[in-house]
Design a protein around this ligand. Structure first.
Ligand code: E4P
Length: 219
């Protein structure tokens, strides 16, 4: 399973690469806003960090676009800037038209804002590279679908589609558990979700206890 960081903040990205050996980065316009950077600024900073590595960076096209032709143009422009870039296209009808053209032309597409099985299957049929299931967003709106992740993973794998299932908007370790048990390919989570998981409070309690024993042994 691959671990991606869901952020556009360079300090978080640096930390996640050096401390957690993160496999990829996912960004969106809200992440850019939170990082106080335009897409162009992010691209300039992130290229030297990821080039020559296997780290993929998902970058989203302008969310205002709904003409597939213009979506394709913008996506191709972004994809041409680095081999590490994967272009995020929304799971709309227009987005799917753009996806078909882009995947035929060899552009790696991350279909984003996927909330149901039909969107996921369509993305797989049309050659999406990543299919991003927004599990956290669904649940935050009271749409808790038991076995949603497992169902989508099984459905897509059933037909041998090559798309990788990316579990997004991850809020807690239960999402990690569900994703891993379902055999999802990738999980993308925010900095704080990883930090909280890696800094489990029981570790600190354990280290205090063992330090105490160590001191008693050697003094
Ligand atoms: C994934 O690619 C998305 O950028 C992300 O998971 C969106 O969720 P957020 O609410 O954590 O920003």
């Amino acid at each position: 399973m691959l671990f991606f960081l869901d952020s556009a903040k360079l300090d978080e990205i640096d930390y996640a690469i050096s401390h957690w050996r993160i496999d990829g980065i996912t960004t969106n316009p809200r992440h850019l806003m939170n990082a106080g950077m335009t897409m162009e600024e992010l691209i300039e900073k992130i290229k030297p960090i990821v080039e020559g590595t296997q780290i993929s960076v998902s970058l989203e096209i302008d969310p205002h676009l709904n003409d597939p032709k213009i979506m394709v143009e913008q996506a191709k422009r972004l994809a041409s800037l680095s081999e590490n870039f994967v272009v995020k296209i929304p799971a709309t009808e227009q987005g799917f038209v753009a996806l078909e053209k882009l995947s035929t032309d060899g552009v790696k597409v991350n279909i984003t804002l996927v909330f149901n099985i039909l969107q996921a299957l369509q993305a797989a049929r049309l050659g999406a590279y990543y299919i991003s299931l927004f599990v956290g967003w669904k649940e935050e709106r009271g749409d808790f679908e038991k076995d949603f992740i497992a169902t989508v993973v099984k459905a897509v794998k059933n037909y041998g589609f090559k798309s990788k299932i990316l579990i997004a908007a991850v809020r807690n370790l239960r999402h990690f558990e569900e994703a891993a048990l379902a055999g999802a390919d990738i999980i993308t989570a925010g900095f704080d979700v990883y930090k909280k998981g890696f800094e489990d409070p029981y570790v600190r309690i354990g280290l205090e206890l063992f330090s105490d024993s160590w001191r008693k042994l050697y003094t």
